[in-house]
Ligand binder design. Sequence first.
Ligand code: ATP
Ligand code: MG
Length: 137
Amino acid sequence: LERTFSIVKPDATRRNLTGKIVAKFEDAGLRVVAQKRIHLTKAQAGEFYKVHAERPFYDELCEFMASAPIVAQVLEGEGAIAKNREVMGATNPADAAPGTIRADFAESVGENSVHGSDAPETAAIEIAYFFSGLELV
Ligand code: ATP
Ligand code: MG
């Protein structure tokens, strides 16, 4: 079974939406196999999103990701990476399909409630950034 890395972002933890978001992943057949709530520093958020370092929204994105606790998760299932992204919906909630997490909960393209890995390589890097081998069972 494939594994992917997921974050419930600060806009969603602030509005107490973690359970509603996780329910959508579970309903789609994904299983939470690791989970923790943490409050990133801006530097840690910057390291996580460093592929976007040259984008105009990078500083705002790092501030946002450090603005409140997040819930970091490893999700497991058949085709977990693609399934997770399907359930999240498009980056901009205005473009997200009805019923997706971003359509139902996200506030803007920046504060869009969830992160999901985009490929097997990034999933492996992101899982290892947040979880130790002992936390992955
Ligand atoms: P994520 O990587 O968080 O799962 P994504 O893969 O759908 O989202 P990316 O292009 O990787 O989208 O962008 C990473 C994050 O940067 C987005 O989720 C969003 O929070 C923020 N972002 C992207 N585009 C913009 C924008 N135009 N303005 C502000 N923030 C943005
Ligand atoms: Mg991305």
